[in-house]
Design a protein around this ligand. Structure first.
Ligand SMILES: O=C(O)CCC(=O)C(=O)O
Ligand SMILES: [Fe+2]
Length: 580
């Protein structure tokens, strides 16, 4: 039972470091007092720009002085937000936190209270205050290029002086935020040191008035962070914008935003777009071949994010190595898995499938550019419930999971062709239905339009498809830009789909922050009418990138079955549990 209430300051007792005389702080996680300065000795100070912190997908973008009208914003926040001092439970006692906090949300997130281990009472969210709402819009535009409410919650901290701080922690709650959350952190007022640490490595960011810091990918899994206690006297406010998910699933939030800002507000130069432009510019120079070759290779590699391998294949089965996926209840049980050898390159290609006794067809799931086969397992199982009498299969692109080779547009295309050959060798001439999500849609479109008669696709499903990388980044609407740089664009699906012959079904989340929904419309319009007449576009309200099936499961299943049955011209098999 928690009885006495004390404050962090009581417990810190104005202790001083014996070595450097800095005021000690109480670390809430270990309930020990420590020196904020000595603890970060040898830290590497990190400047502005994008920082890929490791090979595991920890990415941070940092823009000092991003926000300009900070005084007005600060006044608005102090006036509108309901600030309060909350208690942590430390060693069984209530301890007042060394800062004031508030929690605001909107939409579905309003129904989800804020809580974390150690917080004495969970916080009921309040509606976004006007200033927070306005900031959310500006931050979203900077990160995603458009504001459609991706961030539905805001956690606010008020540090009254340098004595206020936040101890080491990670904002990691998979049920609340999904696997790889994008967290946008905006700072106002007094400059303070934000530190990140992993094992012995410590990084510091000097967060000034108006600084915007975006943590994405696996940053919360791999690093802790803190605001260091210091002797400053001015106050500081920090807002972290996050997206609270309604359904927890390891397949959600896998992707990082395609573009993250690098300039002050108003002069947005998302990294990817910047790189595309400089690539295009380099092409106009006399040294074009050399420069273009190296730039475009570097650029292309940015697009593939396999992450750490999550599985192994042994004796025809897939085993999950990732504790995180296992904690979600993801299991390889009942799935077949094999390592094919690619005929051209002699490299390994990892394949997995839920096999039906007598499959009517095989649905081949081509995943996006992040994560490997381990992450596809829930999707395979879900699709197997939609089509109990089909084989549901997937594979890893070269460079992902156990599939060998370098990742590129060409090797991703080859991986699907090699998979289909390997599948056919094992299962015979089963009709193929391709289901491509995100980058996988590009791979599926390439296959379906590249004229391999033996591997012909009988139907194509495109889920959150990019019309091309330029279109995905939001440049595609500018016709002149697209025409000028078109030859450098990756995955030009809108051009390829004009020669499609098989039926196609396109679905897209209306809240997709990564690939704007206009991409679906462009592909639909560019495809021959004979291929799109089976099913209109399925727009899924509330869905983002890759969660259409979990946001609208019933309609997803109904329309997918209707499409596949019509496309294959097969009557539904009686008793197979389908509604045709
Ligand atoms: O104040 C900051 O910059 C960090 C705040 C923080 O880490 C949090 O609220 O989770
Ligand atoms: Fe945090």
């Amino acid at each position: 039972m928690c009885q006495r209430r004390t404050t962090t300051f009581d417990l810190e007792q104005r202790g001083q470091c014996a070595a450097c005389e800095s005021a000690l702080y109480l670390d809430a996680a270990t309930s020990t007092t420590r020196c904020p300065r000595c603890e970060t000795k040898g830290a590497r100070a990190v400047g502005s720009g994008r920082h890929v912190l490791d090979d595991n997908g920890s990415v941070v973008d940092f823009v000092p002085s991003w926000l300009q009208d900070t005084d007005t914003v600060m006044r608005g926040l102090l006036r509108e937000v309901e600030w309060r001092v909350c208690d942590d439970v430390v060693d069984g006692s209530l301890v007042a936190q060394p800062r004031e906090i508030a929690y605001e949300a909107t939409g579905a997130a309003l129904g989800v209270p804020y809580a974390y281990e150690g917080l004495a009472t969970q916080l009921e969210p309040r509606e976004f205050s006007p200033t927070v709402l306005d900031l959310r819009r500006r931050v979203e535009r900077a990160i995603f290029g458009h504001d459609d409410g991706f961030f539905n919650s805001a956690h606010l901290n008020l540090y009254r002086s340098g004595a206020d701080h936040v101890s080491w922690h990670a904002d990691e709650d998979d049920d609340l935020y999904g696997e790889n959350p994008v967290i946008a952190s905006l700072s106002l007022g007094c400059r303070r040191t934000f530190a990140m640490r992993r094992a012995k490595e410590i990084l510091t960011f000097s967060l000034d008035d108006g600084a915007l810091l975006v943590m994405a990918g696996a940053t919360q899994k791999n690093f802790d962070h803190s605001i260091r206690k210091d002797d400053s006297v001015e106050r500081r406010v920090n807002i972290t914008f996050r997206r609270v998910l309604r359904v927890s699933s390891p397949d959600r939030q896998l992707l990082m935003p395609a573009s993250i800002l690098t300039g002050p507000e108003g002069t947005r130069f998302p990294v990817m777009r910047d790189a595309l432009l400089s690539t295009a510019f380099a092409a106009l120079l006399p040294l074009e071949l050399l420069t273009l070759g190296s730039l475009s290779r570097g650029l292309e590699s940015l697009g593939y994010m396999p992450g750490r391998r999550t599985y192994d294949v042994r004796q025809g089965r897939i085993y999950l190595l990732s504790a995180r996926l296992r904690a979600y209840g993801v299991r390889g049980d009942g799935l077949a898995a094999w390592l094919a050898t690619t005929p051209d390159a002699g490299k390994k290609l990892a394949c997995a499938a839920a096999l039906a006794p007598t499959p009517r067809f095989c649905l081949v799931f081509c995943g996006g550019n992040a994560g490997d086969l381990g992450y596809r397992i829930p999707t395979l199982r879900h699709l197997a419930t939609v089509f109990p009498d089909a084989d549901i299969a997937s594979f890893d692109y070269a460079g992902f999971g156990l599939s060998e080779g370098a990742s590129s547009e060409a090797t991703a295309f080859a991986s699907l062709r090699d998979f289909c050959d390997s599948y056919r060798e094992r299962r015979g001439d089963v009709p193929l239905v391709l289901y491509g999500h995100s980058m996988g849609a590009s791979v599926a479109i390439d296959f379906a339009t590249s004229g391999y008669p033996r591997r012909r696709a009988r139907a194509l499903v495109l889920d959150g498809p990019p019309a091309s990388i330029f279109h995905c980044l939001g440049c595609g609407t500018r016709a002149s830009l697209a025409a000028l740089f078109g030859r450098l664009d990756y995955y030009p699906n809108h051009r390829k789909i004009g020669t499609l012959e098989c039926p196609v079904f396109i679905l897209h989340g209306l809240q997709d922050p990564i690939c704007p929904p206009i991409n679906a419309r462009r592909l639909y319009d560019a495809a021959p009418p004979s291929t799109t007449r089976y099913e209109p576009i399925f727009w899924v309200p509330g869905a983002t990138h890759g969660d259409c099936a979990s946001v609208a499961p019933d309609e997803f299943a109904r329309r997918l079955r209707r499409f596949v049955n019509a496309a294959l011209g097969l009557p539904p098999r009686i008793g197979a549990g389908r509604d045709g």
